[in-house]
Design a binder for this molecule. Structure first.
Ligand code: CMX
Length: 133
């Protein structure tokens, strides 16, 4: 694992949250992107070397929609950049962590990604990511 690549924050309204976080960080977001497969729209901020991703649900029953319904807005996942996502997925699966997707999937902001089930990671939704080639 190389570094924390971004923090994912579930929000009810991306426009409203964007303005709040823009004031908090004193910087404007650099990207907005929809991820149709996940039923989310995302907004990205860069703070130094770190990134924050805001996630708003765009359809009922999406992972973010269910999360907000159950727990309310707030920290949703922590994404770690890895050097070789397939090797890390194999290592972590072998070590007993549950992969939520058996193959890397295209994620937002030019990454390929894999999530680990929070039930197997002490309650934290972990994302592995690697820049897509
Ligand atoms: N962090 C910690 N725990 C979480 C969680 C999260 N983000 N989301 C769900 N959980 C917990 C729930 O609280 C619940 O716990 P209890 O059984 O103790 O109540 C348990 O996991 C099961 O939750 P659920 O509401 O029944 O939801 P599902 O099982 O349907 O799905 C999960 C949970 C994590 C498997 C699903 O959200 C998932 O596949 N996530 C990965 C994909 C994703 O999050 N996509 C959105 C981001 C996309 C992007 O970044 O582009």
């Amino acid at each position: 694992m190389l570094k924390i690549e971004h923090l994912g924050i579930a929000v009810e309204d991306a426009g409203q949250a964007s303005r709040l976080f823009a004031t908090l960080f004193d910087t404007e977001p650099y990207k907005e992107e929809a991820v149709e497969r996940e039923g989310v729209t995302t907004v990205f901020f860069k703070i130094g070397e770190s990134k924050v991703e805001l996630l708003e649900s765009t359809r009922p029953g999406s992972a973010i929609g269910k999360f907000i319904e159950k727990r309310g807005a707030g920290l949703h996942h922590v994404a770690f950049q890895v050097a070789d996502i397939r090797a890390e997925m194999a290592r972590l699966s072998e070590a007993g962590f549950q992969l939520l997707n058996p193959e890397p999937l295209p994620g937002a902001d030019g990454m390929i990604i894999c999530f680990l089930h929070p039930k197997t990671t002490g309650g934290l939704l972990v994302e592995l990511c690697q820049p897509a080639q």
